[in-house]
Ligand binder design. Structure first.
Ligand SMILES: *Cc1c(COP(=O)(O)O)cnc(C)c1O
Length: 399
């Protein structure tokens, strides 16, 4: 089978027609300074060695690729393997990227770091790396999310960060991101903006992808070592899309033989409130990039809904829009209910409480495995652990 030759974005930050830099003139210098410094750092062995050392000793990488034997046997089809990003320091894949970006901030001599957060996982990851490197940290978070994610708000504060409540719009991730971009525009010299997913203007979608690509790089190596071959199906949940692209990127050359599946949040169902931008969105611009976006008939960005705060974003990374168009990745969705049930099943069969976000990917594997022959292999990217979601889980499962 022929390998896929894939090379994106182009020099202007476009993934086909998606991506780019739709930003006011006052932000152009920030974005291009960042791009220049990132491209230098990428080729700098000292930067890469420092990053690799911290990923190993501080984050705990490589994360295991775990064979869920009990679950696979129960389902009676394909073997299910879990890429354990839930075991990363701070409980999710977000730290891989936060660490890469904070090293860039240090390199650029910045004193002040800002970030946006939805579920609070990226806020916690950013507060963590800022504590580690003694940098001032300000996290923008929607009021609604602050209410839903109280334990993560306390964590950020404990780590020394300032949490700024955002009261505009739907008071969720979209508005927190707009507020962070506004801050960056007003404080261009001393501030570094650590974006939490593969969204925003160029170079963020490319840079965040590169920092998360370690997930797929390890999975490729571990699959060969532990299974003797690459998997048949690889599945990840898609909010902004960073854990999914991190898993898929190094597997893309084999996308003709590995089925790559991204699972969006279908919320209450695709006819009701949801966050499935790739499945149901139209092309538009949000936070500096062209992407597929939930909008009303007048092009106004619509409120997204998911039981998991981390998937509750009305847009999706431009690279996913491009991969969908190229047919290299297939995108589907899971509802709130399906995610909760998958989380419950995984907890009871494997003793692993995953994040509500990851449970969307888990649902797909639970559906698919029984339909596949015994010798086939599914890898699920378990993007995070469920501690932060206990309040929601207690309510939904009446515990
Ligand atoms: C933030 C988050 C997500 C969604 O973000 P992506 O950029 O799509 O990966 C998924 N899972 C967990 C555990 C998260 O914290």
């Amino acid at each position: 089978m022929t390998k896929v030759v894939y090379n994106a974005p182009d020099a202007s930050g476009h993934f086909g027609t998606f991506g780019g830099k739709f930003i006011p003139e006052t932000l152009i210098k920030n974005a291009s300074d960042l791009e220049k410094e990132y491209l230098k750092a990428k080729e700098d062995p000292e930067f890469q060695t420092t990053l690799a050392g911290l990923l190993r000793d501080y984050v705990g990488r490589p994360t295991p690729l775990y064979h869920a034997r009990g679950l696979s046997e129960k389902l009676g089809g394909a073997s299910i393997w879990l890429k354990r990003e839930d075991l990363c320091h701070t409980g999710a894949h977000k730290i891989n990227n936060a660490l890469g970006q904070v090293l860039l901030a240090k390199r650029m001599g910045k004193k002040r770091v800002i970030a946006e957060t939805g579920a609070g996982q990226h806020g916690v990851a950013t507060a963590t790396v800022c504590a580690l490197f003694d940098l001032e940290c300000i996290v923008y978070m929607g009021e609604e999310d602050i209410r839903r994610q109280a334990p993560n708000v306390a964590r950020m504060k404990l780590l020394g960060a300032t949490v700024r409540p955002v009261t505009s719009g739907t008071r969720t991730l979209k508005d927190a991101t707009s507020e962070a971009i506004r801050d960056w525009m007003n404080n261009p010299e001393e501030t570094f903006y650590i974006v939490g997913s593969v969204i925003g203007m160029h170079p963020y979608p490319m840079m965040v992808r590169d920092f998360q690509a370690i997930i797929g790089r390890e999975t490729r190596r571990q699959s060969i070592e532990q299974m003797g071959r690459l998997p048949d199906v690889v599945v990840a949940c898609v909010g902004g899309g960073s854990n999914a692209i991190g898993m898929f990127f190094d597997l893309l050359p084999d996308a003709r033989t590995i089925e790559l599946i991204g699972v969006e949040a279908a919320g209450e169902g695709l006819q009701g409130r949801h966050a499935a931008s790739l499945t149901k969105g139209d092309i538009g611009v949000l936070h500096g990039a062209m992407m597929k976006l939930l909008q009303d008939e007048f092009g106004q960005v619509q409120e997204a809904h998911s039981i998991s705060a981390g998937l509750d974003y009305p847009g999706v990374g431009p690279e996913h829009c491009y991969l969908q168009r190229l047919g290299l990745v297939t995108y589907t969705s899971a509802t709130d209910r399906e995610a909760i049930e998958a989380l419950d099943t995984l907890a009871k069969t494997e003793g692993i409480i995953c994040a509500l976000e990851s449970a969307h990917a888990m649902h797909y594997a639970l559906m698919r495995a029984p339909m596949m022959p015994k010798e086939s292999i599914i890898v699920v990217n378990l993007s995070g652990r469920g501690d932060k979601d206990m309040a929601t889980i207690m309510q939904e499962l009446k515990l």
